[in-house]
Design a protein around this ligand. Structure first.
Ligand code: NAD
Length: 487
């Protein structure tokens, strides 16, 4: 019998009241994983009401220390059920087990611990002032939860990105309603079991399944009793959600798309630059918001770099998640593959030099129905090409030569996006100079995806609004109240 994935509302797993179910299929072989109960307005209303009620109940009266202790317990329970989360995440995404066990699941647990630590040690403002009549007044700020927070999630790192929001939201005393991606509903649902197991009060954590427009996503973001929306996904979707938020003057945090550059100077450590850049392009089959799709290489190194990056791409063997020899998994879905392939076709039509890949790999029987795609490297397109300008979200990059620092900074910044960049050089002064000139939220030097969760995370320009991470998350998930006491 096919498994069913239910909504999680007020501490209980509940079916769709409309009886509408949608299919969750494996990107590896298109096999049916589960049938998912779509939440309509009644379920979204019930989830928001449960969250609101939880704020007024025991959850709202816990001390910071008690909340933090509960979040440590959540992290421990995720780790205790590590294999269940791993299996669910790998089934939904098709990503290699080696990647999910190293990154997705450990970070899912760590996101609760780090924000429990952060909230315990956060201080608030304090100012002493002189009053007009010559006396003194003390001002201090109290951090209060925002209230009911809607958490709208993408499919590329489902547990990691969802807990990146839920961890700090709960640490700050909010209650959440999560809308996972329709492509990856499983780990958010499983987290409901964890919440119940460790005694998080009913209604604090809720999950509603469905799509965006005219479905759970839109019902939630337009809901009048939601106080804040935290969103990770495409810039176009972010625009729609901002419109929905405007109606209710809801606080928003937007982590959106990118078209991130890697800049490789001729004086770099070539082996390191290749290893880092190939990870930035191909990791998670190119489905990482921080990933690189534009590579700029200083001319003396250009031919060598392109040749070696092409060799790395050709050597990556796609395979099942449990195949230790597999270097790359499939894309998330056949629909997403169609989108990525449309850029592959466009690159060809526009006369790109295809250094590696460019199509669909030959897969053995049993996997042929999956969303497999070849890691791809192009050169020779103008910077005006859609392939170089638009986010593809696949395992591909275009490599362009450059001659000067000023030229490459201008090329890197010539985009509507501003999420992340990597700079490869042994010249320390140049590294600092270029990092300061790039219009991005995150810039790595001789590295990529190295994350300290206390640091600010977010995008510039059309890659987002706001910063999360460490104390920055507390800024979003709390309302600061100033208390002024005349002495
Ligand atoms: P998406 O925007 O298509 O969907 C994200 C979520 O929004 C899904 O849960 C979807 O159902 C929901 N949604 C869609 N329309 C909606 C609407 N009108 N109202 C409410 N909810 C709606 O994104 P995706 O394809 O799942 O993820 C890939 C995108 O996410 C890429 O653009 C990637 O760059 C971006 N991303 C950004 C970051 C970051 O931190 N900046 C991280 C990961 C992914």
């Amino acid at each position: 019998m096919t498994a069913e994935t239910l909504n999680f509302i007020d501490g209980r797993f509940v079916p769709s009241s409309s009886g509408r179910l949608f299919e969750n299929r494996s990107p590896v072989d298109h096999a049916l994983i589960s049938r998912v109960h779509e939440a309509g307005r009644p379920e979204v209303d019930a989830a928001v009401a449960a969250a609101r009620a939880a704020l007024a109940g025991p959850w709202g009266r816990l001390s910071v220390q008690e909340r933090a202790a509960m979040l440590y317990a959540v992290a421990d329970e995720i780790n205790r059920r590590f294999d269940d989360f791993l299996q669910a995440e790998v089934a939904d995404t098709g990503k290699p087990i080696a990647l999910a066990s190293h990154l997705d699941i450990p970070r899912g647990a760590a996101n609760f611990k780090i924000f429990a630590d952060t909230v315990k040690s956060a201080s608030a403002e304090f100012f002493e002032m002189t009053t007009p009549d010559g006396r003194t007044a003390l001002n201090y700020a109290l951090r209060r939860p925002k209230g009911v927070v809607a958490v709208i999630c993408p499919w590329n790192l489902p547990l990691l990105l969802m807990t990146w929001k839920v961890g700090p939201a709960l640490a700050c005393g909010n209650a959440v309603v999560v809308k996972p991606s329709e492509e990856t509903p499983s780990t958010a649902t499983l987290l409901g079991e964890v919440m119940n197991a460790v005694g998080v009060p009913s209604g604090v954590y809720n999950v509603v399944h469905g799509f965006g427009p005219n479905s759970a996503g839109e019902f939630l973001t337009r809901h009048p009793d939601v106080n804040a929306i935290t969103f990770t996904g495409e810039t176009a979707t972010g625009t729609k959600i901002l419109e929905a938020a405007a109606g209710g003057i809801k606080a928003t945090s937007m982590e959106l798309g990118g078209k991130n550059p890697s800049i490789v100077f001729a004086d770099c450590d070539l082996d390191n630059a290749l290893e880092v850049t190939s990870r930035a392009v191909f990791a998670n089959c190119g489905q990482v918001c921080l990933g690189t799709e534009r590579v700029y290489v200083e001319r003396p190194l250009f031919e060598t770099f392109v040749q070696r990056l092409g060799e790395i791409a050709r050597a990556m063997k796609p395979g099942r998640p449990d195949d230790a020899g597999s270097g790359i998994g499939p894309l998330i879905s056949l629909g997403h593959r169609d989108k990525v392939l449309s850029y592959y076709a466009r690159a060809k039509e526009e006369g790109a030099t295809i250094v590696a890949g460019g199509g669909i790999p030959q897969m053995p029987a049993g996997l042929a129905e999956g969303a497999w795609i070849e890691p791809t490297v192009w050169t020779g397109l103008p910077e005006t090409s859609a392939v170089v300008r638009e986010e593809i979200f696949g395992p591909c990059c275009h490599v362009t030569p450059f001659d000067s620092e000023d030229e490459v900074v201008a090329l890197a910044n010539d985009t509507q996006y501003g999420l992340a960049a990597s700079v490869h050089t042994r010249d320390l002064q140049r590294a600092h100079r270029v990092a300061a000139r790039l219009d991005v939220g995150l810039c790595w030097v001789n590295a990529w995806f190295l994350r300290d969760l206390r640091t600010p995370f977010g995008g510039a320009k059309m890659s987002g609004i706001g910063r999360e991470g460490g104390l920055h998350s507390l800024e979003f998930y709390t309302e600061l109240r100033n208390v002024c006491v005349k002495l």
